[in-house]
Design a protein around this ligand. Structure first.
Ligand code: ATP
Ligand code: MG
Length: 223
């Protein structure tokens, strides 16, 4: 049985908060691979201010290239229209087959918006969830963060340290080293012409400089 992490995000741009989180979750859950999945135009975010998908994906490629456990998937970029997690998880289920355990990785800030996701209830019957603490976001995961209307479908499994869904899949809270880095702040620094060194991998910083991206609002939504 292989264990694969699916880590979706806008990655606008990818930063060390994402990478360190993915590294720690890979260790905690003994994952064989962590797949980074940049969204095309995310359904929950306004399209304005989001850099073209292929540029965000390129930065993810650069960021993961030196880590043998990390890979990039462009599946959401190849799909026309908006990205929906349910379609992505179903895609990997089909691709990787039943002998693979899938772990959907998400920060608590993103998980709290799950009831707005397409067919979110079905997701709990398709894969495990790992809900990470998000630095700068005070809350820690607890039972009441599970969708209220599905509360009856979960019970806490003390042995496994997660909330077991009736499907057999679990929702695992995970505490990680808090690196309070966000893409929003990085874009702000860049707009002001400030350094983003030590917030992103050097290759990503170089890519941003070479391609003159994130310098002003106009350059952001190109493509
Ligand atoms: P933005 O500020 O544009 O929303 P972001 O930094 O939140 O960007 P996203 O691409 O929105 O990055 O996040 C993708 C996923 O990574 C989400 O599940 C989010 O909770 C998680 N994440 C983002 N930053 C961190 C961080 N510093 N530590 C842990 N998890 C993070
Ligand atoms: Mg975010």
């Amino acid at each position: 049985m292989k264990k694969i992490g699916l880590f979706g995000g806008t990655f606008n741009p990818i930063h060390l908060g994402h990478l360190r989180a993915a590294e720690e979750i890979s260790d905690i859950f003994a994952l064989d691979r962590m797949i980074f999945i940049p969204s095309s135009y995310p359904p929950h975010k306004k399209k304005e201010g989001i850099l073209a998908p292929h540029l965000r994906a390129e930065m993810v490629r650069l960021a993961v290239s030196d880590n043998p456990r990390f890979t990039l998937s462009e599946v959401e970029l190849d799909r026309p229209g908006k990205s929906y997690s349910i379609e992505t998880v179903e895609y990997f289920r089909r691709q990787l087959g039943p002998r693979t355990h899938l772990y959907f990785i998400v920060g608590l800030d993103a998980f709290l918006e799950i009831t707005g996701w397409k067919e979110y209830a079905s997701l709990f019957g398709l894969c495990h969830f790992v809900v990470m603490t998000r630095p700068g976001f005070e809350k820690k995961f607890s039972r009441e963060h599970l969708p209220v209307e599905l509360a009856d479908e979960f019970c806490y499994d003390t042995q496994k340290g997660g909330y077991a869904h009736t499907s057999g899949f679990l929702v695992y809270p995970a505490e990680i080293t808090g690196l309070d880095i966000s893409s929003t702040r990085i874009r702000e620094f860049l707009r002001k012409g400030n350094s983003i060194r030590y917030l992103v991998p050097p290759a990503v910083e170089a890519f941003i400089q070479t391609n003159h991206i994130y310098r002003n609002k106009d350059s952001e939504a190109t493509g």
